[in-house]
Design a protein around this ligand. Structure first.
Ligand code: OSB
Ligand code: MG
Length: 371
């Protein structure tokens, strides 16, 4: 496989409803799309970095910079026998996992299309539907939160995740337990607490949550281990798990009992598979996280989620929860049983990209060829 040229686009799509986490509220999503061209086929992927460096240090602008100035020259015109060789080819560039992931995942799509196989097969997964959960942001009131949860449960989602932060935690969970009973429920703090909050966080134990996601700092492992020793509820790490090595470390020191995999955060599909395998060997279940992706990123996530240790519902919900009009047609949708089928419009990621919608949402476009 050779990547002859690539395209980078910056897009903006309005969210159907604002999304609020402990680090802020967004009304739209800005993200990059990467297209790699080779031997008459094209591979697509989405860079999940946000406009602001609040979830992660990468932003749409840093991804643009690293991709066009440093990663493209390492990949363009080079012969790859397999997409797993793309990650090591970028090793000289430190960090910038979201930029690397976008290029690497586009290469996987290109490879699968050249081989004429669906992406799940190239990744080593199996053909199955994906259990889906809904991630619900911080709302203006508890009534509003209960209304949102009722809507998502009616759509069939297999678990509800709510965002929490100091001042929006115990009462929110209590409200949902009293209104909805023993539904599969979890919380995600996006690093909003410190170990000094351990006693407060242990009050969540009485609600039988599936897990508490990333309560402590984004780059912490050891305090999570100390916290896990003090709470009965399983901790799940998201932000902290940036590599297979950190995943192994987190498991070894008891920092979590569940891991959220986002390929953008760990550097692409090959690294995600390694994190998945580390967890599987340690009997730690994983689930697929979400970054409010368009259908292009969402399709990648679904294919990756067919690996066997993705044993818990993922944050891969229907397109219409996020965007009035997705970039793909048909959009991703959830079935009444709360599962999402794999897109199967041809090989690779299996989606039909609506070029006109892509161009209408595009703010900036660049084509990069070998120099
Ligand atoms: O922490 O999982 C997170 C969205 C943006 C940034 C971080 C996170 C999220 C979500 C949304 O929880 C999940 C989704 O795509 O539905
Ligand atoms: Mg999270």
């Amino acid at each position: 496989m050779t990547i002859d040229r690539l395209e980078v686009r910056l897009l903006r799509l309005p969210l159907v409803r604002f999304f609020e986490t402990s680090f802020g509220r967004s009304y739209d999503r800005r993200f990059l799309l990467v297209t790699v061209h080779g031997e008459g086929e094209e591979g697509w992927a989405e860079a999940v970095a946000e406009h602001d460096p609040y979830y992660s240090s990468e932003t749409t602008d840093t991804v643009w910079h690293i991709l066009t100035e440093f990663l493209a020259p390492l990949a363009l015109g080079r012969v790859f026998t397999h997409p797993r060789d793309v990650w090591p080819a970028m090793a000289r560039v430190r960090g910038h996992h979201m930029a690397k992931a976008a290029l690497e995942m586009a290469a996987w799509d290109l490879y699968a299309k050249q081989q004429g196989v669906p992406l799940w097969r190239a990744l080593g997964g199996s053909e199955r539907t994906i259990a889906s959960g809904a991630s619900i942001g911080i709302q203006d009131s508890l009534d509003e939160l209960a209304d949102r949860v009722a809507i998502e449960l009616a759509s069939g989602y297999q678990r509800i995740k709510i965002k929490i932060k100091p001042g929006w935690d115990l009462l929110a969970v209590e409200r949902l337990r009293s209104g909805f009973g023993a539904i599969p429920l979890m919380v995600d703090a996006n690093a909003a607490y410190t170990l000094a909050d351990a006693a407060h966080l242990s009050e969540l134990d009485r609600f039988d949550l599936m897990m508490i996601e990333q309560p402590l700092d984004y780059d912490d492992v050891m305090d999570h281990a100390k916290l896990q020793a003090r709470v009965r509820t399983a901790l799940c790490l998201d932000e902290s798990i940036v590599s297979p090595r950190i995943a192994a470390l987190a498991i070894e020191v008891g920092a979590c009992r569940v891991i959220n995999i986002k390929p953008g955060r760990v550097g692409g599909h090959a690294e995600s598979i390694r994190v998945h395998d580390v967890c599987q060997a340690a009997n730690v279940p994983v689930w697929h996280g979400g970054m409010l992706e368009s259908g292009i990123g969402r399709a990648h996530n679904l294919h990756l989620s067919t690996l066997p240790n993705f044993r818990l519902p993922g944050d891969i919900a229907a397109s219409k929860r996020y965007y009035a009009e997705d970039l793909i047609d048909p959009p991703i949708d959830v079935q009444p049983d709360g599962t999402v089928p794999l897109p199967r419009h041809g090989p690779g990621i299996g989606v039909q990209i609506v070029e006109d919608r892509v161009s209408r949402a595009t703010l900036r476009h660049l084509e990069v060829r070998p120099s």
